[in-house]
Ligand binder design. Structure first.
Ligand code: TRP
Length: 346
C-alpha cells in the first residue's frame, strides 16, 4: 500500500455542455440550457457542442442532419452565446470524442449502464431493437466531457444520472491506470429557474421535442401568433393564482406557467406570484404570451437571419472545431499513453 495521498485534480475550470441535434429547439432547451450557457461564458473557458453523434442513436434523416445541427448552432448564437468566448462545434467534427468513448467503453461496467433510466425510457418495450449506440450513449457523454477535462457541466435535472456515471468513469480510470487527478470529478450545474420546464398540455411531462403534440411546446422558431395561441390553449385549472408557492405546488400546470413567467422575466416564482395572486388565467395568460413573444421573438428572427446564410454559421463552427481539437487531442494522446497503446520510439 502506498502512503502517497490521492492527488486531486488541479487543472483549470472548464465548462462544457452539449445539445442533441435531433429536431427543433424549444423553450425548455432555451431556459434549461442555453440561458445558462450565456451566463457561464463569463466565468471560464467554455465548450458548447452540437451532439450529432448522440442524435444518430435513433434514426435521423441524412438529408436533414447537418441543417438540424446548424439550427442548434444558430439558436446558441442568436441567444447570446459568443463565439469569441465559447467554442461552438459539431461533436462529429472532433474525432477525439469517439476515440475516448471507446476507451471508456472498456472502463464502464455493464452493471452501471444497466441502471441508466434514460435508456430504459427511450428503448421502451423494444430493448432488443434499440441501437447499441443508445445503450452506450452515456459513455460517449462521459467522453464528451472528459476529453476537455471539463470541471462543470450545465445540464437539466434529467442528466444527473449521466453525470454521476461520468464521475464513476473518471474515478475508475484514474484508479485503474494509476493516474490520480488525471481526469477531474466533474460537477453538474443543475440549479436555475429553468431547470425543469414542463409540457403545456401535461404538467407531469417534460417539454420535449418528441411529444407528438406541437401544442405541448413553444419552439424557438414559432411565430408570435403560434406562441400566443399555444399559451392560450395551455392546460390550466379554473382557480385563480394562489398567494403561496406551497399552494402552487399542488397545481402542476399553473406551477409550470408561473415558472416560465418567472424564468423569462428573471424573477423568482414567489415574486411572480405577488404580481398575479388572486388573478385568473384570463389575466395571466396574455401577460405570459406577451412576455414570451418579447423574449423569444427576437431570438427566432436572428436565427432565421443566420440560417439564411449557412456559410456564416459554418465559419463559426470551423473556429470552434479548431479550439476544441487543440484541447482534446493532447488529452487523448495522454490517455492512450496511460492505457499503454503503442507510440513509436523516438
Ligand atoms: N445527453 C444530453 C441531453 O440529452 C446531451 C449531451 C450529450 C450532453 N453529451 C453531453 C450534455 C455532454 C452535457 C455534456 O441533454
Amino acid at each position: 500500500m502506498s502512503d502517497t495521498p490521492p492527488v486531486v485534480y488541479a487543472g483549470p475550470k472548464r465548462i462544457l455542455s452539449g445539445v442533441q441535434t435531433s429536431g427543433q429547439l424549444h423553450l425548455g432547451n432555451y431556459l434549461g440550457a442555453i440561458v445558462k450557457f450565456v451566463r457561464l461564458q463569463e466565468e471560464a473557458e467554455c465548450f458548447y457542442f452540437l451532439a450529432d453523434m448522440h442524435a444518430i442513436t435513433v434514426w435521423q434523416d441524412p438529408d436533414k442532419l447537418a441543417d438540424q445541427m446548424r439550427e442548434v448552432a444558430a439558436a446558441f448564437i442568436a441567444s447570446g452565446v459568443d463565439p469569441a468566448k465559447a467554442a461552438i462545434f459539431p461533436q462529429s467534427a472532433v474525432p477525439e470524442h469517439a476515440e475516448l468513448a471507446w476507451i471508456f467503453n472498456c472502463v464502464a461496467r455493464l452493471g452501471w449502464l444497466d441502471r441508466m433510466t434514460q435508456f430504459k425510457e427511450k428503448s421502451g418495450q423494444h430493448k432488443e431493437r434499440s441501437s447499441v449506440g443508445l445503450y452506450t450513449y452515456p459513455v460517449l457523454q462521459a467522453a464528451d466531457i472528459l476529453v476537455y477535462k471539463a470541471t462543470h457541466v450545465p445540464v437539466g435535472e434529467d442528466q444527473k444520472q449521466h453525470l454521476e456515471l461520468t464521475r464513476d468513469i473518471a474515478q475508475k480510470f484514474n484508479n485503474d491506470f494509476g493516474a490520480q487527478g488525471f481526469f477531474p470529478i466533474t460537477e453538474p450545474v443543475i440549479e436555475g429557474p429553468g431547470a425543469r420546464i414542463m409540457s403545456l398540455r401535461d404538467g407531469a411531462a417534460k417539454m420535449s421535442k418528441s411529444d407528438p403534440s406541437d401544442n405541448s411546446r413553444i419552439n424557438l422558431l414559432d411565430d408570435a401568433d403560434a406562441m400566443a395561441t399555444k399559451i392560450r390553449k395551455a392546460k390550466t385549472d379554473p382557480e385563480p393564482l394562489p398567494e403561496t408557492l406551497d399552494e402552487l405546488k399542488a397545481r402542476p400546470e399553473a406551477d409550470n406557467l408561473v415558472g416560465i413567467y418567472a424564468a423569462l422575466s428573471g424573477v423568482t416564482k414567489a415574486q411572480a406570484l405577488t404580481e398575479f395572486a388572486g388573478k385568473g388565467f384570463g389575466a395571466f395568460k396574455p401577460a405570459l404570451a406577451d412576455l414570451t413573444v418579447a423574449k423569444l421573438g427576437p431570438i427566432g428572427a436572428e436565427m432565421r437571419r443566420l440560417l439564411a446564410d449557412p456559410a456564416e454559421i459554418d465559419r463559426v463552427l470551423k473556429i470552434g472545431v479548431e479550439k476544441a481539437r487543440a484541447v482534446a487531442a493532447p488529452v487523448v494522446a495522454d490517455t492512450k499513453r496511460l492505457v499503454g497503446f503503442w507510440s513509436p520510439k523516438p
